[in-house]
Design a protein around this ligand. Structure first.
Ligand SMILES: Nc1nc2c(ncn2[C@@H]2O[C@H](COP(=O)(O)OP(=O)(O)OP(=O)(O)O)[C@@H](O)[C@H]2O)c(=O)[nH]1
Ligand SMILES: [Mg+2]
Length: 405
């Protein structure tokens, strides 16, 4: 009772004042944090996972999400949420390209779910990069630096041989690039060991300058989790063979040394040429991946990566993380643990996946299914879908549907 005004009628007035103030604060907070009236109604858990030990200094919460929701259709959602993260590797100079990708990803999907982001770089991110990203995301962002040992030559690599390898491939895209090789090796063997990712089970890889062309009205992470799916792709294509001259030989050596690691059944049929027994160059395009971090952290994946890394093909040739992840998925997963995200409209450089209209209302898309690479025979997706005639997507039906449009 030491405070004089804590007596009626002052107590009543104070109570009223506090109520008004609280209501004001509540509306101000909601107005700035939640981007659309529809999203305020969604029963999605907005909790943001706490950062792992030691990651706190690298972490910066996004405070000013500016995205406003477009005209999203009715959203099918549940309270369920996966322990998942959006992962990006980028350079400072790619800030505006990344902003473009993330604005679309937020508008199409994440403004309803607020999944966190982990963004990694081999150099520290500058303030401009962070400001650019923070301005467009609705999830928490952690910026991480890649340890030197994950982005440099291991001691057993012969630098002269590596230089000769780059010269040999100089006429191929990124064939003469050293940094591209570090990037591919990092994405093959190290990103999932970064401490900022330690707490998560699933990741979705995103790149600068890609387009998400359809609304995504469900949670693909939960979709994966509920079906025990391990690897999700969106585009499958043939690799440039000169970049992986000895990758298949080296993979066969691994399988011979470690038959215990190869699953039965597996998906090797998809990557092996029936006539010759060679690698047919099919791979999932890893610039889009929704997958299990535990798969990559598994003993067998680690053993496979170590085997490849010792052989040196990341530097002597130009092994990409896409064929490496794909061969791993083929050896370690059953076909029904791999999912084709046909319904996610996605464009990366010249290739795109545009839904065929079987599962997605194309009015909510900004792409032309006739331009989609996945229904074309020179893509590797038809072969993948034919492996399992009971799969959700039947290539013949998909093609027929596109032809009718
Ligand atoms: N920090 C960092 N990121 C890189 C570097 N090189 C590539 N990346 C990132 O790694 C990913 C793949 O690189 P890209 O250059 O897109 O390679 P790509 O997809 O094979 O080829 P593009 O057709 O050019 O897109 C992207 O997210 C890039 O931002 C690098 O030297 N440093
Ligand atoms: Mg790219």
């Amino acid at each position: 009772m030491g405070i004089a005004f804590c007596r009626t009628p002052y107590r009543v007035l104070f109570g009223l004042g506090m109520t008004v103030l609280l209501l004001h604060l509540l509306f101000t907070f909601h107005g700035s944090r939640l981007p659309s009236p529809s999203s305020t109604l969604l029963p999605v858990n907005h909790a943001v996972p706490t950062s792992p030990t030691g990651a706190a200094t690298a972490e910066k919460a996004a405070t000013t999400p500016l995205i406003t929701a477009g005209a999203s259709p009715a959203v099918t959602t549940t309270d369920k949420r996966a322990n998942a993260v959006l992962v990006i590797l980028a350079r400072n100079r790619e800030a505006s390209g990344l902003r473009s990708s993330l604005k679309q990803l937020e508008q199409r999907f994440n403004h309803k779910y607020h999944y966190p982001y982990v963004i990694l770089n081999d150099e520290p991110f500058d303030d401009l990069f962070k400001e650019t990203v923070d301005a467009v995301v609705s999830g928490n962002v952690s910026y991480g630096l890649i340890p030197k040992e994950h982005w440099s030559y291991p001691p057993w690599i012969d630098r002269h041989k590596a230089a000769a390898g780059r010269k040999k491939l100089q006429d191929i895209l990124y064939g003469s690039s050293e940094s591209y090789r570090h990037m591919c090796r990092f994405n093959s063997g190290f990103f999932f060991h970064h401490p900022l990712l330690a707490q998560y089970d699933y990741y979705w890889r995103v790149e600068p300058d890609v387009d998400f062309t359809c609304n995504i009205d469900y949670d693909p992470f939960v979709y994966m989790q509920e079906r025990d799916l391990k690897y999700g792709f969106n585009i499958a294509f043939h690799e440039t063979s000169a970049t992986v001259t000895t990758l298949w030989e080296t993979t066969k050596q691994f399988m011979a040394q470690h038959p215990e690691y190869v699953s039965h059944p597996n998906t090797l049929e998809w990557v092996v040429d029936k006539r010759t027994g060679d690698y047919n160059m099919c791979h999932f395009w890893s610039n889009f991946e929704i997958a299990s971090l535990n798969l990559l952290r598994s003993e067998r994946y680690q053993a496979y990566f170590d085997h490849l890394d010792q052989a040196g093909g990341f530097f002597y040739e130009r092994w990409g993380d896409a064929p490496v992840h794909s061969l791993a998925a083929a050896m370690f997963l059953r076909k029904d643990e791999i999912h084709f995200f046909e319904d996610i409209g996605y464009r990366h450089s010249v290739f795109e996946n545009c839904p065929t209209g079987l599962t997605v209302n194309l009015q909510n898309c900004d792409c032309n299914p006739k331009r989609s690479v996945n229904t074309q025979d020179h893509s590797c997706t038809p072969d993948f879908l034919r492996l399992d005639p009971r799969s959700d997507f039947n290539i013949t039906t998909m093609k027929q549907n596109v032809a009718r449009l």
